[in-house]
Design a protein around this ligand. Structure first.
Ligand SMILES: [Zn+2]
Length: 195
């Protein structure tokens, strides 16, 4: 699985990527307000099982800029929002990662994956669409499989996703719900801020 993922990443790198930016769908995405709550992106994990590991000390003086959601290797990971696949492939400490630019231009970072789904960079994803599978790639190699989930403002500031996940918003996997048009709302003057 890991080898296949590596090969796919190499393929993307060799062919270049499709720019996710530009076009009316992109502009509409950026105009949307970021959601007030996110569904938990890992199948089978309830809000009560989430641990707020935001801000924990990491090596090299770093602080944990996200939360880790423990789950068995291979558990499906779903995009918490609609958006556009921005990056996908091997990225340093994160190992095999997928990033999605979602409503309001917020960046959603999914790391330590075992494998990725079939989307290509620049492709639109719906909320609830499978984008990868839980693993322990990158600097999680000595840890149990988990998803590292991070959320960043358009300016690159990390936001703690825990409060947004803890509210327990759940995916409705019916196709109609997933494909329902997003409400036409203007972005708030200020998006979510890190607590
Ligand atoms: Zn983490």
């Amino acid at each position: 699985m890991a080898l296949a993922a590596l090969s796919f990443g190499a393929l993307l790198a060799s062919t270049g990527c499709i720019s996710p930016r530009g076009g009316s769908a992109w502009a509409a995405l950026l105009r949307q307000a970021p959601p007030a709550a996110f569904p938990i992106p890992v199948d089978g994990v309830s809000p009560a099982r989430l641990i707020n590991s935001w801000g924990n000390r990491r090596g090299g003086g770093r602080r944990h800029q996200g939360i880790d959601i423990m789950a068995p290797r291979g558990t499906p990971i779903r995009s918490t929002t609609e958006g556009i696949i921005e990056t996908k492939g091997m990225r340093g400490l994160g190992g095999l990662v997928v990033t999605v630019i979602g409503p309001g231009g917020y960046r959603h970072y999914y790391a330590h994956l075992e494998d990725v789904a079939a989307q290509v960079i620049g492709e639109w994803v719906h909320a609830g669409e499978i984008i990868g599978y839980v693993g322990n790639s990158g600097n999680a190699a000595a840890s149990s499989p988990h998803l590292h989930y991070g959320v960043y403002t358009p300016g690159g500031k990390a936001v703690n996703p825990y409060p947004y996940l803890r509210t327990g918003a759940s995916f409705n996997f019916s196709r109609a719900a997933i494909e329902a048009p997003a409400p036409a709302v203007e972005p708030a003057a200020a998006g979510p801020t890190a607590p």
